[in-house]
Design a protein around this ligand. Structure first.
Ligand SMILES: Nc1ncnc2c1ncn2[C@@H]1O[C@H](COP(=O)(O)OP(=O)(O)OP(=O)(O)O)[C@@H](O)[C@H]1O
Ligand SMILES: [Mg+2]
Length: 211
């Protein structure tokens, strides 16, 4: 694995946070210091005197180094809607320089910084830039989480094609089983392996949530 990397995915809700937390646990078990960053979060609650987001909470809990919350999550918006719309509603323009500065500071605090996107790769951040522009600005490789469900092959191939077009280093993918009812999961996995020309770095089985 590269030192610092970005976790993108085939869509929203495909397991980026779940997989990021797993990867953080594995890297920590190897003796590394690790911080999870969620630069842009929408869907926040007012708790204990500040806006809090579930992804940020999970990434912060999984980190083994303390870092200021404003570095881990520079932008947090209340409604769970597309970030550029949430930002516009709040009268804020998401500035990639602010995120880049926060990221650079985090890299001085830990061996590994894992940055989780919001939604998929071409999610807009403001009127002219997307998550892909953010990855380019941070100049780090991207790992793709494929939420294994109907439609994931198309989404995975589109995502990798855009990464290639942008010259973003693709450092691998994770097959995350999010749909226990998926038909022909093994055939879909094999198609992805052939199309992406590499096996997944990790396969995460569907986990029944605890009662
Ligand atoms: N392997 C799995 N087995 C069972 N449930 C899973 C699995 N992976 C993810 N989930 C569940 O699917 C939901 C979405 O996962 P997660 O929050 O990690 O997605 P995400 O891609 O980070 O979403 P977002 O775009 O909101 O950041 C969560 O409720 C999570 O617990
Ligand atoms: Mg998430």
């Amino acid at each position: 694995m590269p030192r610092h990397f970005f976790v993108t995915g085939t869509d929203t809700g495909v397991g980026k946070t779940t997989v990021t937390v797993r990867l953080m646990q594995q890297l920590i078990a190897q003796g590394l210091t690790v911080i999870g960053m969620k630069p842009v979060a929408s869907g926040c609650e007012w708790l204990d005197g500040r806006w809090q987001n579930e992804d940020v909470r999970q990434l912060t809990a999984a980190s083994n180094v303390k870092a200021p919350p404003e570095l881990i999550n520079p932008y947090c918006f209340e409604p769970a809607i597309a970030p550029h719309i949430a930002a516009a509603q709040a009268g804020v323009a998401i500035d990639l320089n602010i995120i880049q500065e926060a990221y650079t500071q985090l890299t001085t605090l830990a061996d590994v910084v894992i940055v989780e996107g919001a939604g998929g790769l071409l999610v807009p951040l403001n009127s002219s830039q997307t998550m892909a522009d953010l990855i380019q600005a941070l100049d780090i490789p991207a790992l793709m989480v494929v939420g294994m469900r109907l439609g994931c092959i198309n989404h995975a191939l589109l995502t990798v094609q855009v990464l290639k077009q942008r010259g973003i280093d693709f450092c691998g993918w994770v097959a995350n089983s999010i749909d226990p009812q998926m038909s022909m999961p093994e055939e879909n996995l094999q198609t992805l392996i052939q199309s992406l020309q590499q096996p997944p770095l990790l396969q995460v089985p569907f986990q029944e949530s605890s009662p």
